[in-house]
Design a protein around this ligand. Structure first.
Ligand code: AHG
Ligand code: MN
Ligand code: MN
Ligand code: MN
Length: 327
């Protein structure tokens, strides 16, 4: 029996027609895919002005803006202007950018994993779409909890150009076929409840809260410790790469709040990193928290607000929460 024909993304988007704001969401995701193909081609060819330059400005999070950060931001902003998106909130823009008429707002990390650009490790783009509402102040638009997202997903610029996407009815993966220049359905994600791997930046251990130290010690003690089984450790340094691995085979990713002033609320930004990843993870049967509470319930405060983040296999995220209750 031949393999079922892989449904095109276009057909998947057409199915949204009857959904509230479905046509607008479909047009916006289609515009995002065209921008992603451009960014992926640029990375692959190494043609953006000096991919490895680092002497550029800092962004609102105080992080160095690399030329590819800026190129990706310009490319996705241009895409948002062709879509029914009225407000564009980006890691690389201090303030929300009015992007034309339309009922949607977009929060975006145009290039995730910037520290990996010059190492050819997979990087990506993370996006979140929700109703712009009629708030006169664009900044008001972004004071929304993650449960108000209408769609979220991320592109991975690796050996494959992939799109992970959810509209709240499961999480699917699409793969770009460069010959046909179209995205086709690649997989439906279901995260195993039991984790075999954890994903943390262990160099930050001395900054971690007590509960996090006790939890990770238990994992590192493996079969000889309280967990009575061995675990593996994987950390890519690109949230999209760690997130996709966990969507594929389970595990737990943790970037906790730590003692450093700049990371008192962790490192990852709620609106354009944590919320969209959490939406995709939950829709694949996993869990996402601020290491203690469900992440999607937490109202953000500002566009660049940071939040501690843990996500992955549901059972493991719950074990972490028991260690973190007192924090
Ligand atoms: P970005 O490149 O968009 O600023 O995001 C980088 C993030 C995320 O991709 C990754 O999980 C995390 O930074 C890695 O942080 P550390 O280098 O501190 O571990
Ligand atoms: Mn950054
Ligand atoms: Mn990022
Ligand atoms: Mn980024």
């Amino acid at each position: 029996m031949s393999a079922p024909a892989m449904q095109s993304l276009a057909a998947h988007l057409d199915a949204l027609a009857a959904k509230p704001l479905g046509p607008e969401l479909a047009r916006t995701v289609a515009a995002l895919t065209r921008a992603a193909v451009t960014v992926h081609a640029t990375i692959r060819a190494g043609t953006v002005p000096d991919l490895t330059a680092t002497d550029t400005a800092a962004n609102a999070s105080g992080e160095t803006q690399k030329p590819l950060d800026v190129f990706a931001d310009e490319t996705f902003l241009a895409a948002a202007r062709t879509a029914p998106v009225s407000v564009y909130g980006s890691e690389e823009q201090e303030l929300p950018v009015p992007s034309g008429d339309g009922p949607l707002a977009m929060a975006i990390d145009p290039l995730d994993g910037s520290s990996n650009i010059e190492t050819n490790i997979a990087v990506g783009t993370i996006f979140s779409l929700f109703a712009a509402g009629d708030a006169p102040d664009p900044a008001e638009v972004f004071r929304r909890s993650g449960t108000e997202q209408l769609a979220a997903g991320f592109f991975i610029y690796g050996a494959q150009l992939l799109l992970v996407l959810t509209f709240g009815a499961g999480t699917d993966v699409f793969i770009h076929d460069p010959q046909a220049d179209e995205f086709r359905h690649h997989a439906r994600c279901t995260i195993p409840a039991r984790a075999g791997e954890y994903s943390v930046n262990a160099a930050n251990r001395r900054h971690w809260p007590t509960g996090m130290l006790a939890y990770v010690d238990g994992l590192e003690q493996g079969a000889e410790g309280p967990r009575q089984r061995d675990f593996g450790m994987r950390y890519a340094g690109s949230l999209v790469a760690d997130g996709y691995r966990i969507l594929q085979r389970g595990g737990i990713f943790i970037y906790p709040a730590d003692a450093r002033k700049a990371y008192a609320r962790g490192r990852l930004r709620q609106l354009y990193e944590a919320n969209p990843i959490a939406f995709c993870i939950e829709q694949a049967g996993g869990a996402a928290t601020d290491t203690r509470r469900r992440l999607l319930d937490l109202p953000p405060t500002t566009l660049h607000a940071k939040v501690p983040l843990a996500f992955g296999s549901r059972d493991e995220v719950e074990v972490l929460a028991t260690y973190m209750q007192g924090e």
